[in-house]
Design a protein around this ligand. Sequence first.
Ligand SMILES: NC(=O)CC[C@H](N)C(=O)O
Length: 343
Amino acid sequence: MCGFVICSVAKEPNLKEWTTRTKAYDKCHETVRIAMVGKYTGLSDAYLSVLKALLHAAVARNRKLLVDWVPAGDLEDVTSKEDPEAYKAAWTLLKGAHGVLVPGGFGDRGVQGKILAAKYARENNVPYLGICLGMQIAVIEYARSVLGLHDATSTEFDPEAKNPAVIFMPEGSKTHMGGTMRLGSRRTFFEVADCKSAKLYGHVKYIDERHRHRYEVNPDMISQLENAGLSFVGKDESGKRMEIVELPSHPYFIGVQFHPEFKSRPGKPSPVFSGLIAAACEQKKAILLPSNGHAKLTSGIYSGVNGHSSILKSHPNGNGFIASNGTLNLYAKGNGVCVDGSC
Ligand SMILES: NC(=O)CC[C@H](N)C(=O)O
């Protein structure tokens, strides 16, 4: 009965757009390599929405997506002593990528490694997208390296911080963790028309994106950070809460307090993910064509098109990994297959 009702109202689904897209992706061979620097890289599906958003953007750009999972802690100095091979593997992956993504997260494990990844991307003109914690990390790194505030941090990691670049949001509750985050769809107003993210979003006045955080960039540090070159181009309706930060002097260095991955769809990729993939493709071109002046900025940090050696430790999370024999496995669970470095 139920089946009959459905059949009588449902139309034949129009899958043309979908099948055209999947066929084109199956045929596509040009790759783009993104390093995902997080702390749950060993857990299957921990960053699934981010991964899908990257894939939507790569498909739209006609590029095969290669994701290198970089455990943030392995980038830290302490790992160079405790596990030199893991340290070397993590840095090789980071330096082989055409773009770097630091996703959201909580707690202080791996934070130092994420700061090092942001610093590496900023100093070497490698495209960077920081999401939520990844935005806060970019601001902390800038405060440390450029403002010279070596102990700048978030009060999430040090409640007594002398130089808090990121602070607990005043309206949050420190005693009730359940349901007290700033959640859901919130409005961001573009404050600077001529910035990369405004262009990517199509020069609209405002955007609505989804949120999930307790901490924010310290409003008292904004003028200092802006005088030193950072630009807070998107803010909430109060003008006091930072939503988007950019480094105008960099090819693509963007941090967003919201989670753009949640509104990304196949055929309608998130603008900041599209920007990251586009910039990463440019980065790859620059590396492959050393006559371009841009390549000079990255020379010496890239060890070839694949950039992988057989000593690389695998960091499988079920979606893509480099096996210890050097074989590259992408989306081994059927999300888009690429079984060796040549695809
Ligand atoms: N979702 C996130 O990345 C949260 C970032 C940070 N831990 C905060 O609560 O603000």
